[in-house]
Design a protein around this ligand. Structure first.
Ligand SMILES: NC(=O)c1ccc[n+]([C@@H]2O[C@H](COP(=O)([O-])OP(=O)(O)OC[C@H]3O[C@@H](n4cnc5c(N)ncnc54)[C@H](O)[C@@H]3O)[C@@H](O)[C@H]2O)c1
Length: 266
């Protein structure tokens, strides 16, 4: 079943590229009324807004740095002003240790990196959800929050210690937010495996043994390849849709089977 999103007003974070762009465009193509897109990357997120409009939804860009508390309330206020309300918050923006620090390992990771990773991956989704809550509770258009967690929030990770811990926190936060906002607002998370986006490619570029790491990332999938952004967006759009009307507090893997076993394909 194709998830239909008629009339919903979306805010998608981290929408300049990768899964954020894919979710924004898919939401538009499934009937969303408006998709407000936000990121720190001005040119790329403007491009996303253009593609969203071509896909059939109203769109505008709000630039915001999710490490700044002052940007978070402003982002929600400007979204509601632009769209006339808010029905769906997609907490997709995320950052991984290796983007912030060369040689980010368990023994070397510094406090600045830890703080930024937690600010973007945990603190921002929480305070965005808190700021959005009054608008979501007031919505009569099937309101929900969808968080982008990771299989790294379940299993230990090599070379992404802060990232893994932050995604574990986001999984817990998803459940607490679902409790807090029930029954009016549904709250769920999806857990991607290794998906072919700029984040995954940059991570590969950061490690010493690229081929070994790539085999490890895709070999852990029962479906032995990288996932595509659109394969994750399908699940995100389902969770945001009225087809998921009895789904809340859920954690949905989109991981090619990674968490189903302890093996590695040769
Ligand atoms: N790609 C994967 O394999 C993978 C796997 C599991 C989970 N995820 C998660 O999925 C989500 C999307 O991942 P992606 O692969 O598309 O990532 P990506 O790096 O390609 O895109 C993430 C976006 O977040 C934005 N962002 C980062 N810091 C920000 C800040 N301070 N303020 C505002 N925006 C900021 C970036 O500018 C970027 O556009 C992330 O939460 C990521 O952790 C990705």
């Amino acid at each position: 079943m194709t998830a239909q999103l008629e009339g919903k007003r979306f805010l998608v974070t981290g929408a300049a590229q990768g899964m954020g762009r894919s979710i924004a465009v898919m939401a538009a193509s499934r009937g969303a009324e408006s998709v407000i897109v936000t990121d720190v990357k001005a040119g790329a997120v403007e491009e996303t807004a253009e593609i969203v409009r071509e896909a059939g939804a109203a769109s505008s860009v709000i630039l915001a740095d999710l490490t700044r508390m002052s940007d978070i309330q402003r982002l929600v206020d400007e979204t509601v002003a632009a769209a006339g309300g808010l029905d769906t918050l997609i907490n997709n923006a995320g950052i991984i240790d290796s983007v912030l620090m060369e040689g980010a390992r368990f023994d070397t990771l510094d406090e600045r990196v830890w703080d930024i990773v937690f600010d973007v991956n945990v603190k921002a989704p929480y305070f965005l959800s808190q700021a959005a809550a009054p608008h979501l509770r007031a919505s009569d258009r099937g309101p929900s929050i969808v968080n982008s967690a990771s299989v790294s929030g379940i299993n230990g990770t090599q070379n992404a210690v802060a990232y893994g811990a932050s995604k574990a926190a986001l999984i817990s936060l998803t459940k607490s937010t679902a409790v807090a906002l029930a029954p009016q607002v549904r709250v769920n998370a999806f857990l991607p495996g290794a998906i072919a986006t700029p984040m995954a490619m940059d991570f590969l570029d950061s490690v010493e043994d690229r081929e070994y790491t790539m085999n490890h990332m895709t070999g852990a999938h029962l479906i032995p390849r990288f996932g595509e952004a659109d394969e994750v967006s399908e699940v995100a759009c389902f969770l945001a849709s009225d087809a998921a009307s009895f789904v809340t507090g859920g954690i949905y893997t989109v991981d090619g089977g990674t968490l189903a076993w302890r093996g590695l394909r040769a």
